[in-house]
Design a protein around this ligand. Structure first.
Ligand code: ADP
Ligand code: TRP
Length: 331
C-alpha cells in the first residue's frame, strides 16, 4: 500500500483551485492508500497572520476538508503543529541543504519580489519544512497542484542526499500525483491563469460560497466583446471561462459553447449563467455539509485528536530511525 502525504496552508477558505488541484485527489486516494492529510499551520506563519485569524482558518480548512469528503475513518487528518516531530526532521535535513539552492527556488524568488520587507528565514526554509512533512511519513505520492512541482523535486533531492550521505535507502523518492493525466491548474475569474486566494481573493470561488455569491462572482468574471471571426484562438480570460466549464459542466454543455464561440455567436452572459449554475450544482453537497459542520466543534476536535495520534505514531518511528542513521543514539 502506498503512503500518501499532503497539506494545505490555512490562509483562508478553500476554493475551486484547491479542490481540483489537491482535495479531489486526496479524496480519491484515501480508499487505496495510507493517507496523511494535514493543515500546514507552521507554513502559513511566513506571512505573519494574526493569532485569531490563524486559529479561525485552521478550523475553516478542517471543515472544508471534511465537507469535501475526507474521511477520518480512512485517512489521518491532522494539524501540522500537533506533530512537532516535523520540526526535528526539518532541522536535521536543513544541515544538508545549501542556502544557495534555497535562494534559487522560484517560489522564494517570487516572494522576495513581492514582499521585499518580509523575506524571513522561514520563507527560505519553506521547502525544507515541506520535505520534512513528506519524508516524516516516508511518502510515495504527494497530491498537489502544478505550482508545487518544484518543491517536490527538492524533496526528492533532499531525500536522495540524505540516503547518499548515510549510505542507506531509507527515504523513498516521492512523486507529485494527480488522478488525471497531468497536474491541473484552475484559472481565476480575474483573467489570470491561476485561481489563488493569496494573489487575489476576487479571483476565487470558495467551496463555502452561497449560490447567490457564486452567481455574482461569475457574472463579473473578466470577458470581452466576443470573437469577430470564426475559429479564432481564445484570449486568456475567455480560455479561463472554458477551462472552468470543462471542470464542472457536462461535456455537451462545453461543446455547445465551443461551437457558439467558433461561429462567433457566443453570448458570454448566457455562458456565465450556465457556468454559475454548474459550479453551484457541483459544489452543492460540499456547501451543505460545510454549513452543518460549522456547528459541530465536538466532532471537529475528535477528528484532529485521532489524526494527530496516528500521525505521531508514524513520525516517532521515522525520527527514531533517522536519529540512529545520523548517529544520535543512546550511549
Ligand atoms: P492559494 O494559491 O489560493 O494560496 P495554496 O497555495 O494554499 O492556494 O494551494 C493549496 C493547494 O491547492 C496546493 O496543492 C496547490 O497546488 C493547489 N492549488 C491552489 N490553487 C490552485 C489552482 N488554481 N489550480 C490547481 N491547484 C491549485
Ligand atoms: N506548500 C504547499 C502549498 O503551498 C503546502 C504544503 C506544505 C504541502 N507541506 C506540504 C503540500 C507537504 C504537500 C505536502 O500548497
Amino acid at each position: 500500500m502506498d503512503i500518501v502525504v499532503s497539506g494545505i496552508r490555512p490562509t483562508g477558505l478553500l476554493h475551486l483551485g484547491n479542490y481540483f488541484g489537491a482535495l479531489r485527489n486526496f479524496i480519491k486516494m484515501q480508499n487505496e492508500n495510507r493517507c496523511y492529510f494535514f493543515i500546514a499551520d507552521y507554513h502559513s506563519l511566513t506571512t505573519h497572520p494574526k493569532a485569531e485569524h490563524l486559529h479561525q482558518n485552521i478550523r475553516n480548512v478542517l471543515i472544508d476538508y471534511l465537507a469535501a469528503g475526507l474521511d477520518p475513518e480512512k485517512a489521518a487528518i491532522y494539524v501540522q503543529s500537533d506533530v512537532p516531530q516535523v520540526c526535528e526532521l526539518s532541522l536535521l535535513l536543513s544541515m544538508q541543504v545549501y542556502v544557495g539552492e534555497l535562494q534559487r527556488v522560484s517560489s522564494f524568488k517570487e516572494k522576495v519580489r513581492r514582499q521585499p520587507d518580509n523575506v524571513n528565514a522561514g520563507l527560505l526554509n519553506y521547502p525544507v519544512l515541506m520535505a520534512a512533512d513528506i519524508l516524516l511519513h516516508r511518502a510515495d505520492k504527494v497530491p498537489v497542484g502544478k505550482d508545487q512541482e518544484q518543491h517536490l523535486e527538492l524533496t526528492r533531492d533532499f531525500a536522495q542526499r540524505f540516503n547518499h550521505i548515510h549510505g542507506t535507502d531509507y527515504f523513498k523518492l516521492p512523486v507529485a500525483y494527480n488522478f488525471g493525466s497531468e497536474l491541473v491548474k484552475i484559472p481565476g475569474l480575474d483573467g489570470t491563469t491561476k485561481m489563488s486566494k493569496s494573489d487575489n481573493e476576487n479571483s476565487c470561488i470558495f467551496l463555502s460560497d452561497a449560490p447567490e455569491v457564486i452567481r455574482k462572482k461569475v457574472m463579473k468574471a473578466v470577458s470581452d466583446a466576443g470573437p469577430t471571426e470564426p475559429n479564432q484562438p481564445k484570449p486568456q480570460a475567455i480560455e479561463n471561462l472554458f477551462t472552468l466549464m470543462k471542470a464542472v459542466s457536462a461535456p455537451e454543455t462545453l461543446q455547445f459553447f465551443e461551437e457558439q464561440y467558433n461561429q462567433c455567436q457566443i453570448r458570454y452572459g448566457d455562458m456565465k449563467k450556465q457556468l454559475a449554475a454548474d459550479i453551484t450544482a457541483y459544489i452543492a453537497p460540499i456547501y451543505e455539509r460545510i454549513l452543518e459542520l460549522r456547528s459541530d466543534d465536538d466532532y471537529l476536535r475528535k477528528v484532529l485528536q485521532r489524526g494527530a495520534e496516528q500521525a505521531r505514531e508514524s513520525a516517532t518511528q521515522t525520527i527514531q530511525d533517522v536519529r540512529e542513521l545520523i548517529g544520535i543514539k543512546p550511549l
